[in-house]
Design a protein around this ligand. Structure first.
Ligand code: DP6
Length: 324
């Protein structure tokens, strides 16, 4: 038996990925730019065992049959790289709500990829692991890296570029948790429906490269206000696509909107903060460190906010234990 344990953090995109250019290979239609979060984490142990008849996953203490196909495809890719035929037992735990718009699939598949690679004797820093993680989830390659991470489309696939380490622009993130429940429609299904049915899907894809290019310029200049305007605009464009999908993807709750309005008002008063929201009702407020207390106080007072998770930018996925 050979086994390894990895930690990975979720990431949130400031410039979003929504839509696929190849469903089979899980290639995104657009690039994206994310920040890795230190306050949430997935811990995953992968053990390859000669007597297993198939891959097995225990997620947060329960057998997770629904993930079986994606898990096996990801592990198949690792086995192919390592020339192995052994199946794996996988134990994965999240310290935050799973499948509720907090990017559990990103941290989950990043941790799985790195732990599985190590257990198979591969280099956990091998750039080919990006493609393995992407099979699990399009946003997962970004969680292999820390700080600000760009995911770019290339002719045959995707490539990640870590742009700034956490210390190079130490933004804070306050997550307003508005439900602990899982979402009704997964990102995977939702974005395919959007491509098929939303009249705003094509303009979303067309206008996206300009957002990504501008975000890189703003990031290089540490222009918080510019990034705030752009990230909120890009987020709302994605939600416009979601809302106009048939059937509609309305991921927000009334409390989601209330948080957005509070953040807008804070910024109007000069507090350096902006919001971003993914395929779920949670609101992520990104701010300069000196604003974190004021942001937490304001969001904590919004009726319907269950709790806050406050943190900084985190490191990429890493091995914490190995026994090969
Ligand atoms: C709204 O990476 O979860 O969070 O590739 O199908 O697993 P799959 O989708 P996923 O989609 C993330 C969508 C998003 C925006 C983003 O993180 O860029």
């Amino acid at each position: 038996m050979s086994s390894a344990t990895a930690l990975a953090h979720p990431n949130i995109a400031l410039i979003k990925y929504w839509g696929k250019r190849d469903e089979g290979a899980n290639l995104p239609a657009v690039g994206s730019l994310s920040v890795t979060l230190d306050a949430l984490r997935t811990r995953t142990t992968v053990s390859f065992e000669a007597d297993l008849a198939r891959d097995e996953l225990v997620l947060n203490g329960e057998t997770a049959a629904a993930e079986q196909t994606r898990l096996a495809r990801c592990l198949d890719a690792l086995r192919q790289l390592a020339g192995s035929r052994e199946f794996a037992r996988v134990h994965s735990d999240n310290d935050f709500p799973t499948g509720a718009g907090l990017a559990s699939s990103a941290s989950g598949y990043a941790a799985l990829t790195v732990a599985g690679a190590m257990a198979l004797g591969l280099d956990p820093a091998d750039a080919r692991l990006e493609a393995v993680a992407r099979i699990g989830s399009g946003s997962a390659p970004r969680s292999l890296y820390g700080g600000f991470v760009l995911l770019e489309n290339t002719a045959s696939g995707t490539r990640c570029k870590p742009l700034l380490a956490p210390a190079e622009w130490p933004l804070n993130v306050v997550v307003a948790v508005t439900t602990e429940a899982g979402k009704a429609t997964s990102s995977r299904d939702g974005m395919v429906d959007s491509e098929r049915t939303s009249p705003y899907y094509a303009p979303w894809v067309e206008t996206h490269p300009a957002d990504l290019a501008r975000a890189r310029t703003l990031l290089a200049a540490r222009d918080f206000d510019g990034l705030a305007d752009l990230a909120e605009h890009n987020c709302l464009k994605m939600h416009a696509v979601m809302l106009t999908t048939q059937p509609p993807l309305l991921y927000w709750l009334p409390v989601t909107l209330a948080c957005m309005q509070v953040i807008t008002e804070l910024r109007r008063q000069g507090v350096p903060v902006f919001y971003t929201i993914d395929a779920g009702p949670q609101v992520k407020a990104v701010c300069l460190p000196e604003a974190a207390d004021a942001v937490a106080e304001a969001l904590g007072a919004v009726p319907g906010v269950l709790r806050l998770i406050t943190g900084q930018l985190g490191e990429g996925a890493r091995i914490v234990d190995a026994d090969a």
